[in-house]
Design a binder for this molecule. Sequence first.
Ligand code: MN
Length: 247
Amino acid sequence: MFPDLVDFHCHLDLYPDLATAIKACDSRRTATLAVTTTPLAFTHNRKLADGSTFVRVALGLHPQLVGEREHELDLFRQLLPETRYVGEVGLDAGPRYYRSFEAQVRVFKTVLELCAAAGDKVLTVHSVRASKQVLDLIETILPSTRGKVVLHWFTGSLADVRRGLDLGCYFSVNEAMLRSPRGCRLLAEIPRDRILTETDGPFVERDGESIGPGDVRPVLETIASLRDLDRNELRAQIIRNLTVLLS
Ligand code: MN
């Protein structure tokens, strides 16, 4: 069955009920990448998403959790053959996580090496205050012939965006990102065939409440109006982008 929408980065297992969140994505016909933050969460997510038409589960080790969970890298290694999708992974050099930055680099390097060795993985990557380091590691370890990278909620410079594009990366854009002029300028730099949509639910809020799983219509509307595109044309473009990314 063909999806109507794409949510390429959503924490379905951080909503109150995972099964309900999966159903919401299926009933919205949203092709959803359910990211996980720790390898321990993967199997449960995978089991519940088993009968889903539109939800796929990614194996992750979130940079903000690496400080306490670096040892789960072994489990990550074991589980990697079970999925094509990897995330949430990456680097976070924000003040709260800077202490674990060296460990984060070790983990992210290993993740990229494992993906490069396996081939054909699709990654959703976090890069808070670490765009340059993330791009450096992707460039040296995971060329686009060995794996595909989607930069999620990217906040780097315009030059970083261009560099990501040169490396073959896609960008998944959420509605919180487009509430800032800076996010809008960044979007303007991305060609339409490299854009995906995401919710980053439940972290992203709308009117004080968590955005729903797979609820990407508002971000789609905003992108369409910023780019002066017809909404349905953009919707079709994003489905096409997903198809190309996964082909
Ligand atoms: Mn996230």
